[in-house]
Design a protein around this ligand. Sequence first.
Ligand code: GLY
Length: 557
Amino acid sequence: MNKYICAVLLFIFGACAAQAVTAHKPGHAAIASAHKLATAAGFEVLGEGGNAFDAAVAVAAALSVVEPQSSGIGGGGFFLLHRASDNKDVMLDARETAPAAVKESQYLKADGTPNRDTSLYGPLAAGIPGEPAGMVWLAEHYGKLPLAKSLAPAIRIAQQGFQPDARFLEAIADHREQLGRYPGSRALLLPNGEVPKAGWTFRNPDLAALLERLAAKGNDGFYRGKTAALMLKAVQAQGGDWTAADLVGYRAKERDPITIHYHDWRIVTAAPPSSGGVALAEIFNVLSGYNLTEADGVHRLHYIIEAMRRAFRDHNEYLGDPDFVKMPLATLMSPQYAAGLRAGILADKATPSSMLPSAVAQDPGMHTTHFSIIDADGNMVAATQTVNTHFGSCLVPPGTGMFLNNEMDDFALVPGAPNAYGLLGNKANAPAPGKRMLSSMSPSFVFGPDRVGVVGSPGGSTIITQVFEGILAFMDGKSAAQIVAQPRYHEQYLPDVVYAEPDAFDTATAKALEAMGYTIKQRHAWGFMNVVTWDLRDNKLDAASDPRGISGSGEVK
Ligand code: GLY
C-alpha cells in the first residue's frame, strides 16, 4: 500500500497504524507492572518460549501473590489483547458476577440507609471471581505454553516468600480491624495478631497449592473440587449465600473492544461492563472539535475538564453489564452527540455540574493494578485487574491464601447512594443474579502511524482520567517514564471540583481556571500507571512504572 493511500485510510479509518504494526516485529519485549517480581515472572515465561499472553498469565498470577491488596485470584479483571498474527484486538472480560441469591436489601440497614460495611467487607461484598477463568482462557486460546508453566513463577514466589514493601504493610495497617474479623485473614496477614514490620517474609503455601490445583485442572481446579469447597464453606460460615452453581456457572467472555478514532490515532480500549472506553470515547470525541495544539494551556485544560465532566455524567446514567442492559452506545459515542456536548461548553466559563442533568465524592486511591506487555512478535496485552478496595472483602477462606474481592460495592446497590469512589448509579448498574458490576478499569492500546502505546492504571474512578491523560501524553511524544510520572488532574461531574496533584497546575494556570469558575482541590498523589511503548520508526521499545509506586518495574529485554 503506498504512503498516500495509507495516509488517506489513516484519516478515514485509522487503519494503517495497525497495518504498520503487522509489518513489524520488535524482536524483543517490554513489560511494566506494579511489582518487580511480577515483571520478572513475565520475562521468565517469555524466556521459556511463551508469548505476551502466557506472560500476562504469569504477571497476573504473580501480582496475586505479591500485591494481594490490589488484585488476585479471588478477584477479576479485563485483559485487552492484540494478536500480531492477524491483528485481532479483543477484550477478555474476567469481571466478577453477582451470586444468584443477591438481594439489594442485604446492603441496607434496618432504617433503609446503605450499609457500607456489608457492601465492602465479608461474604456479601464478594462477587464470584473471574480472574482464574480469565487466566485459563488466555492460556487455552492465546498462549503457547501450558497453564502450569505460566503459573510456575507465582507458585514458586508464594512458596518461597518475599518481603512486602511499605505500601503493602501500610495497607495491612489500614485494614487491621477488618482483617482481624476473619480467621483466614488473621492467620495470613496478622502474625501473632500484629501488623508485620518491614523485613517480614510473607510465605503463602495455601495460595501456592490453590494455584497448583488451577494449573493441574484449569477451571475445574478452582470452580469445582477443593478450592470451591473451601470458598463455599467460608462464605456460608460468615453469612454469605454463594452456591456451587454460582461457581460452576462462571464464564470469562470475549467482547469487542471500543475503538476511538482521534485525529490520526486509533485507541482500542475497554468495552462495557467497563465504563472506561465509553467515557474515553466521549472525551476524545468532544476534544476532536478543538485544536488542543494551538489552544493556550488554560483553554486546553478548560476543554479537557469540561469533556471529562460530561463523560462522567453519562457514566452514571446509562452504563452497566451489556448482557443485561441495553445501552445507547452508538449515540453516546457518535460525533453528533459529541458536537451537542461541545455546543454547551462556554468559551471562558466552567459549566456548573448542577446545570447538567446527576453523581461523586471520591478517594483516588491505588486500589487495583495494571500491567502492560509487548512481546518480540508484537503481541500486546493491557490488563487491569482488581479485588476492588485494598484486600477486597478482607475475607480469606481458610486454606486458600486468597482474598475474596469486594466488587459488589461497584454495583449501584442503593440507587442514588455513592460507592467507594463516590460514583452514583442507577438501574443500568443495579445488581442481579449473574450480572457483572460496572467498572472503571480502562486498559488501552494507542495505535499511531509510527508509534504504539499500551496504557493503564489503577485508581477507581480516576482510572479513566489517568488513562486519558496518559494517552494524550503519549500522543504528544512523551517517553514512557514521562507519561507515568506526569502530574494528574481529575474531574468526575460530582462533586463539582477539579482534583489536582500538587504539581498539576502552576499558580497562574490555577488562578486562570479559578477565574473561569473552577474549584480546584489539591489531593495526595494517586494512581500506579504502567506503560510500554513501541516506536515503529526505529523498532525501539520503552517501558516505565509509575514513580508513585514503590516496587513497580518497567523493563525492556
Ligand atoms: N473496582 C474498581 C473498578 O472496577 O473500577
